[in-house]
Structures are given as C-alpha cells and as structure tokens.
Design a protein around this ligand. Structure first.
Ligand SMILES: Nc1ncnc2c1ncn2[C@@H]1O[C@H](COP(=O)(O)OP(=O)(O)OP(=O)(O)O)[C@@H](O)[C@H]1O
Ligand SMILES: [Mg+2]
Length: 399
C-alpha cells in the first residue's frame, strides 16, 4: 500500500509528467485540480506553450473527501486503468485515451477532456441527450459482447476474470447500492414527504426478495466485463468540430458481472432526469429523457447482433441469444430500480432532484417507478414477451 508521501499535489504534477517522459524536457505547464469526485484526485496539466493538455488521476490510499481517517486501497486506480484498456480495445470511440499507467503511484495519465462536461450536470442545466445514449448503449454492447461467452474464448474469459477481481469496490456496491438503501441505516436520507413510502418499501418482503436476487446476481453472475458505476456522472459529453463526443470515464468499480448492472444504472439516471424535467413542467423534455430507455436498449442489442455472426462459440443458438437478452432486460430493470431507490432514499442522492425547488414530488415519482420495476417485471414486456422500453418511459412521464 502506498504511503501518504507519494500522494501528488497540483504543484508536483508537472514535475511528475516530466519524470514519466510525458511532456517535453525543460517545458513548463499549468496544473489545476479538476476532480470533484468523492474518491480520487484528478489534475489537468496544460503546457504553457499552448500544446494539448493531459489529465492525471491518482487514487490516494484513502477516500478523497474523507481523508486519511478513511483508508481505502489505492489499487482501485489500477483496476480502473485495466478496465479502460479493455474498453479502449472494444469501444475506442467512447473511451478516454490512456497514455501512461504508474502502478507505483497508483496513478494513470489520460487525454484531457476539459472541453467536455459531465452528463448529469448538462442534464440538470436542461440539455438533451442527443447522441449520448446511443454511444453508451453501443459501448456497453460492444464491451459485454466481446467479453462474454459469445465473444471471448474460455481461456480469455478466465484471464479476464482473474485480472478483474475488485473485492474492495464490489463491497462498496453491495453496501451502498444493494443493501443499505433497503434497510434503516444512518447513511440513508430521504425527503420527509417520502418517509411512509420508504418505510413501506423496506418492510415489503417481495422487495427484499427481489433485491436479494440482484445482490446474488452481482456477486455470482460473471457474464461480461461491466463498468460498475455507469451513471450520468460517469459520462462526459460535448462537441468537437461539430461532431458529438461521448466519453465514459471512471470504471474503478469494474468487475466481471451481470450486464444489466451498467444498463440499469444508466437507465435509472435517465429516468431521474426525466422526473426532473416533468417536475419543471417540461413534458416534452421529460419524454425525450424517458425515451432514452429505448435508445439505450436499441444500441445495446444492435452491438450484440453485430457481433453475433462472428461468435466464438458456434454452438450457441438464436434461441439462447433471445433468452439471454431477455434476461439482461430483466436485470436492467432490477438494477435500475435499486439505483432509483439509492438516489432518493440512500446515501448518494442525485443533483438532478436535489436542485429542484421541491425535490419531494419528483422523488416520489422515482420511488414509485422503482417499486414497479422491482415487483412487476412482466409489465415491461410486449405481447410476444419482447422487452418494451416504452412502458419503462411511461413510469416517469405518465404517458
Ligand atoms: N480526463 C479528464 N479530463 C478532464 N477532466 C476530467 C477527466 N477525468 C475526470 N475529469 C473530471 O474529474 C471529475 C472526477 O473524475 P472521476 O469521476 O473519474 O473521479 P472519482 O474521484 O473516481 O469520482 P467518484 O467519486 O464519482 O468516483 C469528473 O467528474 C470530471 O469533471
Ligand atoms: Mg470514481
């Protein structure tokens, strides 16, 4: 474990980049800390002569916002760097370019994305999704296909599994997403108007059983490499030369796990954005946000269908593919539900809701949507049993 002596400060970063051979010898640059996350430090360094910048992300051996009294293994930075390498292999367009990995400092250096903004903030300011959900669904589809039984040999999957163990952060997910929000716990909070509904949800035996199943799936169902924390705070968006740019950042929670986790977290946060727009009486924007359920699912399945003809295991048949995607859809709804509960009744609330004049009514919509997603999965299938994203969208727009 690293000691405090190797933790970088802004004043050290240019020297550090020189020592790694990442900037021209003798050059100078300006460094600022940009990270506003809970866990790690992110610095952006721009050469004084105006060249392209670099971003350095370092995991201190503690949780950034809590300091040395809250130790946490800095190995998470290496988990993130390894996951970014796999993401870059299969979804290079949506993955930040990593130029250096430093296991001694638990740090890595990547492309500067300061010209982009975090999706959650953009949505809170009233932006539309544009191309974002297509890109994110495509990334999830490509990465999960390529690392699944259909896309990777048994030997490659075994190696990936061995290289992707992430017990420290998996435990964080089990705690903050898959148990505490469903229990009375000092970490939790909820809008006062939700007190009775939250208590009823926690007391509901059927809810407990569904969350138990998701918890067990997370711990045991090694379907493919997943990002593990793919909410709207892990997506950066913008435009370069008139073209939409989307980058998925921060896969420090990456594990080989259920594919529906990534789809569900992203979907839940699109629904939260829709609930916000609806609360602000912008029905049209709310419908656009909620409609991301379909956009995401379409892009995800398109990537699987694109990879399918070249699957490594020709024994797997179309019937299995249909059954597998239907099971991913069920998991997506379940993980979306627990994320919705976490964001209104757990530890980590959503800025989209908290910045509303009154977060109460929109939070109530979100909580009701979560309950429906958890307990009534069948309602989100069409007449032929096929996934029906429009029913999901209707949960938060009332259409
Ligand atoms: N390559 C980059 N270029 C510019 N800014 C970046 C870059 N990577 C991250 N950031 C900024 O730093 C913030 C924190 O980054 P990130 O989410 O990776 O850190 P974290 O500490 O792991 O966060 P969390 O507590 O959410 O896990 C991002 O929201 C973004 O604003
Ligand atoms: Mg993080």
């Amino acid at each position: 474990m690293a000691d405090a002596g190797v933790v970088l400060e802004a004043a050290d970063v240019w020297e550090y980049l020189l020592s790694r051979g990442l900037v021209a010898p003798g050059s100078s640059g300006t460094v600022r800390e940009v990270g506003d996350g809970n866990m790690n430090r992110v610095f952006v360094a721009v050469p004084d002569d105006g060249g392209t910048g670099l971003a350095v992300k370092q995991a201190p051996p503690w949780i950034r916002v809590l300091g040395p009294s809250a130790p946490m293994s800095p190995e998470r930075a290496m988990v993130e760097a390894r996951a970014l390498a796999t993401f870059a292999r299969f979804a290079p367009e949506q993955t930040p370019v990593v130029v250096d990995v430093d296991p001694e400092r638990f740090a890595f250096t990547m492309e500067d994305l300061s010209d982009l903004v975090v999706l959650r903030g953009a949505l809170t300011r009233g932006a539309r999704f544009g191309d974002t959900s297509t890109q994110v669904g495509d990334l999830i589809g490509r990465v999960t296909f390529a690392t699944s039984v259909a896309g990777a040999s048994a030997a490659d999957r075994a190696a990936l599994l061995a290289a992707s163990v992430n017990p420290v952060l998996a435990e964080v997910t089990e705690q903050y997403l898959l148990s505490e929000p469903f229990l009375e716990h000092e970490h939790n909070s909820a809008h006062p108007s939700l007190t009775d509904d939250v208590a009823a949800l926690r007391a509901d035996r059927a809810v407990r059983t569904e969350v138990s199943a998701l918890r067990a799936a997370f711990a045991t169902r090694a379907e493919a490499l997943v990002h593990g924390d793919l909410h709207s705070g892990s997506v950066m968006v913008g435009e370069r030369d008139g073209v939409a740019v989307v980058r998925v950042i921060d896969p420090e929670f990456a594990v080989v796990g259920p594919i529906g986790l990534d789809l569900g977290l992203y979907l839940a946060n699109a629904l939260i954005a829709a609930a916000r727009a609806s609360a602000l009486d912008d029905g049209e924007l709310a419908a656009e946000h909620a409609g991301q359920a379909r956009v995401l699912w379409t892009a995800f399945t398109a990537a699987w269908h694109a990879g399918w003809p070249d699957r490594v295991d020709g024994f797997l048949d179309e019937g299995w593919l249909r059954r597998h995607l239907a099971s991913v859809w069920d998991d997506t709804l379940g993980f979306a539900a627990v994320e919705l509960v976490r964001r209104v009744a757990g530890y980590s609330h959503a800025e989209d809701l908290e910045t509303l004049p009154d977060p109460g009514p929109a939070s109530a919509v979100v909580l009701r949507a979560a309950r429906a997603l958890l307990l009534d999965r069948g309602a989100f299938r069409g007449p032929g049993g096929e996934p029906d994203p429009a029913v999901v969208a209707a949960l938060v727009t009332g259409r």
